[in-house]
Design a protein around this ligand. Structure first.
Ligand code: ADP
Ligand code: MG
Length: 720
């Protein structure tokens, strides 16, 4: 049998090195060189136009037509000087990747290349093939992309890319960015209102985000030789290598040289387009790595993460590598996440989650800290839903990296502060009292001395001056969880503000009014605070006692979007309307169904076309051997035993794949996608996947290595 596996291995292990080639040894020489950011704009725009653009970007206000035309003209000149020939509206449809349609600056109508303000501000891509959950039927294929000036244009290859939102002809959001921008505005409004209780100089609050991106890098030939990786992004079969991650030696170990070259190369490309990548290291599993940029304003950070994944994939090609962003490409090894580090920062430069050495300022910190906990507690199901996907289901609750139970880790010292605050009872302030001591918040500065007790098992952790949402999947668009987080915090802050300001109006001391409300929130939401081992069975039981939900799969989790309270929340804050929510859920469900369906099909293909034929041909050799031994009068019972073991596994595979296929046919006739998705989960994935995999992985151990058709884990994962 012509064995593709050996060809792939030969290619993988005889690669020439590809050296990175940065334009300069100083990053500052080329950081942002391909970005039409404020600095470049200043050089290319008239002072007047520049001022207007800058102001519009900073205040989030609309940019007028004249200004847009001037920006377009300048962007064109700049881009063409840098060798660009095309431009594109760059957007993030709900498919989960980015989309672009390139138009030439040259439009044939004159000798001069053109790019008008109108083309910058709005485009109508033929959007019929993007998912829309039924909002826009394919025959009215019109959707708009509209310029988002708050995220700078950049050059990718020979194309000027313009970050845009994507909405339907009737104005419904069809992408990730549009609702994020709305949620960001809501949290800005709400947080500013609350801040003004403390400091009138605060007039804007912006969320920031720093994204730690985990990924696997494997040789391209090995990747292409595995149909499951190519079709599903994960291996559906493969026996664990003798050495997995038990030794913990990969984490922070020396980065393999081939990967190191790749990292330097993609980081250079990322830096040019303005992504401030700053850290790189090995992750827990072999061939798993992480990259993290410095945090930025959330909208830009989300765009940059999408762009980074794209840059990484493209640069990997040059190095004959393939990047796996899938949450669980290899069973038995650590999965990949995307830690979302989030905080709120005021126009006066204050991080609202930074405890301070002044008790007065710590009341501000506590206000935001406790309101965030309260929001996560109140909307835990929505938070869970925001990171639900077929791929992330392999991670969450699978006895490794964050459980599907949404809890908040705050560290032992803050836990103590929160406890004391809760207990401080009815507060009566007398003249001469040390008010902050009486309010129980004078001790907070101590906590910044020690926030080393990090807890890696928590899905949502406070890490000193920011919250870190760790349950986000590595392939996710951060905009999904970040829309939810900013929305729920905005909504919560609005409620807080209403109660507190009414109380102040009645004559209550401002600080007392604030602390009273925070105490109430702590009582109501302290169940969500958990500092123990999130991977343990004990926590699952404890969480159940506390009334926290533990939704293990996507079809179950997605229901949270459609509850009355969620729809009210979205509509009250004008982030999405009911139709948009329903459409989005439809897309998510369809996506889930498709993913499981593809995995199920590829399993069937591999079993019938690769695994069973290989097992049978090897078994035939064993049968010859057994007969030969028998003829010689030698005991052949060991061989006979292997033959029958192989038979059993083949039998299991045939039966399981056949009935799985029949089940699929039945389920495909179900009309409603929520029911269909649940059935795909329960009656395809849960019922068959492990069973089939078990038999295949056993056969991998039984069959002659020379015959085995699929590249093995140990061959893929330990490439240097
Ligand atoms: P870790 O120990 O979890 O790796 P780091 O300090 O390295 O934490 O930060 C991880 C990410 O968090 C980086 O992208 C960093 O820029 C980001 N980060 C740091 N401070 C903030 C903040 N105030 N808001 C948002 N992100 C932040
Ligand atoms: Mg982290």
């Amino acid at each position: 049998m012509a064995n593709l596996r050996f060809k792939a291995l030969e290619a993988a292990y005889s690669r020439q090195k590809v050296r990175p080639n940065p334009p300069s040894s100083k990053i500052s020489d080329y950081f942002g060189s391909d970005v039409f950011g404020l600095r470049t704009m200043e050089a290319y725009l008239s002072p007047d136009v520049y001022k207007r653009v800058k102001k519009a970007i900073e205040s989030g206000h609309k940019i007028g037509d004249d200004t847009a035309s001037a920006v377009a003209a300048a962007a064109k000149v700049w881009a063409m000087e840098k060798g660009a020939t095309h431009y594109t509206h760059w957007f993030q449809p709900l498919t989960g990747s980015t989309a672009e349609k390139h138009d030439s600056f040259f439009d044939g109508s004159s000798k001069l290349e053109k790019f008008k303000g109108a083309a910058l501000v709005q485009q109508e891509p033929d959007a019929s093939s993007f998912p829309n959950g039924g909002i826009r039927s394919t025959f009215e294929a019109r959707g708009y992309t509209a310029w988002d000036p708050s995220s700078p244009m950049f050059i990718h290859g020979v194309t000027l890319c313009i970050p845009t939102i994507f909405v339907s002809y009737t104005g419904e959001a069809l992408d990730y960015k549009a609702p994020l921008l709305k949620a960001v505005q809501r949290v800005d409004d709400a947080a500013t209102k609350v801040c003004q209780l403390f400091d009138r100089k605060i007039t804007r609050v912006k969320p920031s985000l720093g994204v730690e991106q985990e990924y696997f890098a494997i040789d391209k030939a090995l990747y292409t030789s595995r149909p499951d990786l190519v079709m599903c992004g994960r291996t559906v079969f493969g026996h664990s290598p003798a050495r997995g991650q038990q030794l913990d030696d990969h984490y922070f170990g020396a980065i393999p040289s081939r990967i190191y070259d790749f990292m330097q190369d993609f980081e250079c490309e990322a830096l040019k387009v303005g992504i401030p990548v700053s850290t790189r290291h090995n992750e827990v599993a072999p061939s798993q790595f992480e990259v993290a940029p410095l945090f930025e304003e959330i909208n830009v950070a989300c765009d940059h993460n999408q762009l980074l994944m794209d840059v990484m994939s493209r640069v990997a090609e040059r190095h004959n590598l393939h990047i796996l962003f899938h949450e669980k490409p290899f069973a038995g090894l650590n999965g990949s996440g995307k830690h979302n580090n989030w905080s709120l920062i005021t126009n006066t430069g204050v991080n609202l989650f930074q405890p301070s050495s002044s008790a007065r300022e710590n009341l501000l910190f506590l206000t935001f800290f406790v309101n965030t906990i309260k929001a996560v507690h109140a909307h835990a199901d929505l938070v869970r839903a925001s990171i639900a996907s077929a791929a992330n289901d392999h991670r969450l609750g699978a006895n490794e990296a964050p459980p599907a139970i949404m809890s908040v880790f705050i560290g032992s010292q803050l836990a103590q502060v929160v406890e004391e605050l809760e207990k401080s009872g009815n507060i009566q302030i007398e003249k001469g009292d040390n008010m902050y001591m009486k309010l129980g918040i004078d001790k907070i500065p101590e906590i910044i001395l020690d926030n080393t007790d990090r807890n890696r098992t928590s899905p949502f952790a406070f890490t000193g001056n920011k919250f870190e949402f760790r349950a986000v999947g590595s392939s996710d668009n951060c905009a999904s969880p970040m829309t939810i987080l900013n929305l729920i915090v905005a909504d919560q802050l609005n409620k807080f503000y209403d109660v507190v300001s009414a109380d102040i109006e009645k004559g209550t001391d401002k600080r007392v009014a604030i602390v009273k409300e925070l105490q109430k929130y702590i009582k109501e939401s302290k169940n969500v605070i958990f500092g123990g081992d999130g991977y343990s069975d004990a926590w699952v039981k404890e969480a159940e006692k506390r009334g926290l939900s533990n939704v293990k799969n996507t079809p179950g989790a997605l229901k949270a979007y459609l509850t009355k309270s969620s729809v009210d929340l979205f509509e009250r804050n004008n982030v999405l309307n009911k139709r948009e929510i329903e459409a989005r859920n439809e897309i998510r469900l369809e996506n889930y169904i498709m993913k499981v369906q593809i995995e199920s099909r590829i399993m069937g293909d591999l079993v019938y076309n690769h695994i069973i034929p290989t097992a049978i041909s090897y078994q035939n050799r064993l049968i010859q051997n057994a007969n030969g031994l028998k003829g010689l009068g030698i005991d052949n019972s060991a061989v006979v035993k292997t033959i029958s073991e192989i038979s059993e596994h083949i039998e299991t595979l045939k039966n399981s794949v056949t009935s799985m296929t029949d089940e699929r046919k039945r389920i495909n006739n179900i009309e409603h996608s929520d029911k269909k998705a649940s059935e795909y989960c329960d009656n395809i994935k849960e019922k068959y996947f492990d069973k089939i995999r078990y038999a295949v992985d056993k056969l991998e151990l039984l069959v002659d290595d020379e015959d085995w058709p699929l590249v093995k884990y140990r061959e893929m994962l330990f490439l240097r």
